[in-house]
Design a protein around this ligand. Structure first.
Ligand SMILES: NC(=O)c1ccc[n+]([C@@H]2O[C@H](COP(=O)([O-])OP(=O)(O)OC[C@H]3O[C@@H](n4cnc5c(N)ncnc54)[C@H](OP(=O)(O)O)[C@@H]3O)[C@@H](O)[C@H]2O)c1
Length: 286
């Protein structure tokens, strides 16, 4: 079931004119960005960077409390309008229901950000089959389905933007994180192809491929254990990731890797043959 909270239909903006005040229905004028996985972590930092640039927002996540907290924070700090939808994106009908919700409300959609994803630390060989399917549905199917179902709204509001969140793990096979790396590499490949398919429609496609971002303590612990000092140095603060992602998406950049060291290493990883990189990861991060 799709659940939404609408804060107000229109925010009234007072522009001083000589001798009187003039009302503008500001919500109808500002463009909307939809952030799938926008209540926390990288999704929230993308939401914040967009709010700063006067985008109204639609945030989607499963947990209502964190969505409400994100909405209150963003509305208070930036004066934009934030809609929230409580939804599990891995469910089969999620994309269709979200697109219907946006279409009914004639949302002026300028940007779609596919951020939600999971699984960075799981070993494929010991992962239960139902969890494996859930990860594939969330990391990959939801990205492709949301893009397809929301395309008509993005086409109405060109120039418009799609930002897919993959990972540096999408640049190479990583034996232990096999499944995660495979889903993220599919997101990278999908984004490259889609960029060419949508170029003539004036819709720009970008793909964010971050290295480690410490959005939760487990990521910091895993990075320290597996990648040591190098991994710790590659990490980029979450706020910076959102800011870089939005800035470069609006400039039409295709692959976005925040942080100098992560960017250099991702170049190296992409240069070497995949079997060498797979061997290296297996040997040193087992
Ligand atoms: N953090 C890193 O080091 C890192 C590095 C490279 C790439 N990435 C990628 O960046 C993305 C965000 O990572 P993050 O670390 O910021 O994650 P996070 O802090 O766990 O935030 C994930 C967001 O997505 C939502 N979400 C998760 N599962 C969902 C589902 N099934 N349906 C709807 N919403 C869902 C979460 O809210 P709810 O839990 O309430 O649903 C939350 O808003 C992921 O795709 C991840 O693979 C992360």
């Amino acid at each position: 079931m799709l659940f939404s909270i609408t804060h107000s239909n229109a925010r009234v903006f007072h522009a001083p004119l000589p001798g009187f005040f003039f009302n503008i229905q500001q919500d109808n004028l500002l463009p909307y960005a939809l952030i799938a996985g926008g209540s926390k972590g990288i999704g929230y930092s993308i939401a914040e960077a967009l709010a700063k640039r006067n985008y109204n927002l639609i945030l989607i996540a499963r947990n209502e409390d964190s969505l409400v907290a994100a909405k209150n924070k963003l509305e208070a700090a930036y004066g934009v309008h934030v809609e929230i939808l409580v939804k599990d994106l891995a469910f089969e009908n999620a994309a269709t229901e979200i697109a219907a919700w946006c279409t009914e409300r004639k949302i002026n959609l300028k940007m779609l950000c596919n951020v939600a994803g999971l699984g960075g630390e799981h070993d494929y060989l010991s992962y239960p089959l139902d969890s494996l399917r859930y990860m594939i549905r969330l990391n990959l199917e939801s990205v492709m389905a949301l893009t397809l179902t929301l395309l008509p709204l993005l086409e109405k509001n060109t120039p418009s933007y799609i930002l897919n969140v993959a990972s540096m793990a999408g640049f190479a096979p990583i034996p232990i994180k096999n499944l995660y790396a495979a889903t993220k590499s599919a997101v990278v490949s999908f984004s490259y192809s889609l960029r060419y398919q949508l170029k003539e429609k004036n819709i720009s496609v970008s793909c964010l491929c971050p290295g480690p971002v410490f959005t939760k303590p487990s990521i910091e612990k895993y990075t320290k254990e597996k990648l040591g000092n190098l991994g710790m140095k590659m990490a980029v603060p979450v706020k910076k990731v959102g800011e870089v992602a939005v800035k470069k998406t609006l400039r039409g950049k295709m692959i976005i890797v925040p942080g100098g060291l992560a960017k250099t290493l991702s170049g190296v990883v992409r240069f070497f043959p995949r079997r060498w990189v797979a061997w290296f990861y297996y040997r040193f991060t087992k």
